[in-house]
Write a protein that binds this ligand. Sequence first.
Ligand code: ITT
Length: 185
Amino acid sequence: MKLKVITSNPGKVAEYQKSFDGLGIEMEHLKHPYDEVQSSDLEEVVHKGMDELISAGIRNFIVDDSGLFVDSLKGFPGVWSAYAQKTIGNPGILKLMDGVQDRGAEFRCCIGCDIEGERIVVTGVCRGTITESESGHGGFGFDPIFTHDGERTFAEIPLDEKNSVSHRGNAIKLLIEEMKGKGLV
Ligand code: ITT
């Protein structure tokens, strides 16, 4: 079976490919823009995106809406993560946190999967902290400023390890459980 990963972000596709290796599901990257409604709720963005793609005749796909929620910034950049990454970037987030003691943050990832006419929507979370400076060259987005273990950023650990602890990895585990429950894998 093949699932299309509908995203502009090749880094996400690599993470899905790695996680679904061995389950007999092949991931295919499809860049098909869909409207990411402005909402404070990742799941709402995913449901609306799925409705739009299904109306356009696309089936058997994954969409993924994620964000970084920083405690001391009252959840910013959160649902504005893509915009924040494009504008102020990681240096801008670090600047906002200059001198801030509470560096707690979490990544959240909501996955919507359309598979054989079924809709599965799951959310995974990963708690950690924002580092004092950027570190590492792997991963993408906020990975160089987020650490789950207080030692290495997500940009410094192998993809397998990121998947085993990350928001997306946790969401993928829930997705696979639901797929198994429905007899789809
Ligand atoms: P699509 O919407 O096209 O899938 P995107 O990269 O814009 O791609 P999101 O809106 O889900 O994806 O992500 C919001 C921002 O959060 C974006 O800048 C991502 O790079 C970043 N982000 C998402 N997941 C991340 C992860 O696992 N590690 C680091 N940054 C991440």
